[in-house]
Design a protein around this ligand. Structure first.
Ligand code: ASP
Length: 342
C-alpha cells in the first residue's frame, strides 16, 4: 500500500488567522483551533496532516530573526517525520521570512511552502482556503518518487514562487506577490503545472543543515534625488554597522558628484560592505553601463545583480552570521547560493 504523504503545518499568525477583536474592531491573530474550525476541508485530505502553532500567533510585522530561528528549528526537528512543510505566515514580511529560511536551511531536499491570505479565513470571500489547500498539495507533490519542489517557496493565488525571488507588491488584491526576475516554479489552475526547468535540484547525499546565526547589524539606504551628505555620513557612522543594502536608481546608478562618492568611499574604507540593489522591481544592476554606476564600482560597492531587497537583507544577515572573512563575504554576496540571483 502506498504511504500517505505527511505534511506539517506551522502556523505563525498573519491575516489568514485573524479575526476582528470586538473591543477594538482591529484585526489580530487567533489560535489555530479557530482556524481549523473554519477549514473542515483539511479533514478531507488523505494525508497525515499535523499542525504546530506559535503561541501567541503574531502579525508578521512583528517578525524578527529570532522568529526565523524558531521556524528553521521547527522544520529541522521534524524533518525526518514529514515529507513537506507549509508555513502559515502574514503577508507583510513573508518575502523576508522565505528569503531568510532559504539561506538558513542548507541542502534542503523537501518543500517548505509559505502561504497566507489577504482576507481572514473566517470571511466568506477569503483567499486563505485556496492558498492553504494548494500549498498543502504542492508540499506533498512528487515527481519520480521525489519531492517535486525541494525549495523554500511562497504560494499565493495561482503561483508558486521561489521564496528569495519574491516581493509583496500589492496590499489589496489577492495576487499580493511577484517574482519579477524569475519565472514561477508552478502555476495552479485545473491542474498544478510545475516548471521543472526552473526548480533547484537538491544536492545529492547531503543532510539538511541549519544555520541559525544571523547578524542584523545592517541597514537599507534608499537613494533619492536631493539626498544630503550629512544623511549618508550619519548612516555610515551608525555604531556596529557592518553592511548596507544601497538601493540605487535603474540599473544600479547613483550621483557621481565628488561629495557623494567621498561618502561612499568613507563607508567602504571603514570596512562597511555596500551592496548595490536596484530600486526597480525588475531587471538587474549593471555597474559597467553608465558613468554613474561605474564610479560606485570603483568606490568599492558590490554588485547585487537582480537580487530583491528582501533577499539582499537576509543574505547579508546570514553571511555576516557565518563569521566569514570579508573576502569570502564579498565573493558569496555576488554568487548565487540558493538561486537568489542570476
Ligand atoms: N499584517 C498582516 C501580517 O503580515 C498582513 C497579512 O497577513 O496579510 O501579519
Amino acid at each position: 500500500m502506498e504511504k500517505k504523504p505527511s505534511i506539517l503545518l506551522i502556523y505563525t499568525g498573519g491575516t489568514i488567522g485573524m479575526a476582528y477583536r470586538p473591543d477594538t474592531n482591529l484585526l489580530a491573530p487567533v489560535n489555530f483551533e479557530e482556524i481549523s474550525q473554519q477549514l473542515p476541508e483539511l479533514k478531507r485530505f488523505n494525508y497525515n496532516l499535523r499542525a504546530v502553532s506559535f503561541d501567541p500567533p503574531i502579525d508578521s510585522s512583528n517578525i524578527d530573526p529570532s522568529t526565523w530561528v524558531r521556524i528553521a528549528e521547527t522544520v529541522y526537528e521534524n524533518y525526518q517525520s514529514f515529507d513537506g512543510f507549509v508555513i502559515l505566515h502574514g503577508t507583510d514580511t513573508m518575502a523576508y521570512s522565505a528569503s531568510a529560511l532559504s539561506f538558513m536551511l542548507e541542502d534542503l531536499d523537501k518543500p517548505v511552502i509559505f502561504t497566507g491570505s489577504q482576507l481572514p479565513i473566517g470571511i466568506l470571500r477569503t483567499d486563505g482556503k485556496e492558498n492553504i489547500i494548494s500549498a498543502i498539495e504542492i508540499a506533498a507533490a512528487t515527481e519520480n518518487g521525489k519531492p517535486a519542489v525541494p525549495e523554500v517557496c511562497i504560494f499565493f493565488q495561482n503561483s508558486l514562487f521561489r521564496g528569495n525571488r519574491t516581493t509583496k507588491f500589492n496590499a489589496e488584491y489577492f495576487n499580493a506577490f511577484i517574482s519579477a526576475n524569475y519565472p514561477p516554479l508552478a502555476e495552479t489552475g485545473i491542474d498544478i503545472k510545475f516548471n521543472f526547468e526552473a526548480i533547484l535540484k537538491p544536492a545529492k547525499g547531503k543532510k539538511l543543515k541549519i544555520n541559525t546565526r544571523l547578524d542584523n547589524n545592517i541597514g537599507i539606504l534608499k537613494l533619492f534625488p536631493g539626498i544630503k551628505s550629512n544623511l549618508l555620513r550619519s548612516f555610515f557612522n551608525i555604531p556596529g554597522l557592518k553592511a548596507v543594502v544601497l538601493e540605487t536608481f535603474g540599473s544600479g546608478n547613483a550621483p557621481n558628484a565628488g561629495w557623494f562618492l567621498d561618502e561612499i568611499k568613507y563607508a567602504t574604507s571603514k570596512g562597511v560592505i555596500l551592496l548595490n540593489v536596484s530600486q526597480c522591481t525588475a531587471g538587474s544592476v549593471d555597474m559597467t553601463k553608465y558613468e554613474t554606476g561605474k564610479k560606485l564600482l570603483e568606490a568599492g560597492v558590490l554588485n547585487g545583480y537582480n537580487i530583491t531587497t528582501e533577499a539582499a537583507v537576509t543574505k547579508l544577515m546570514f553571511l555576516l552570521g557565518q563569521k566569514l572573512k570579508e573576502k569570502e563575504i564579498k565573493l558569496f554576496i555576488s554568487t548565487p547560493i540558493r538561486g537568489e540571483i542570476n
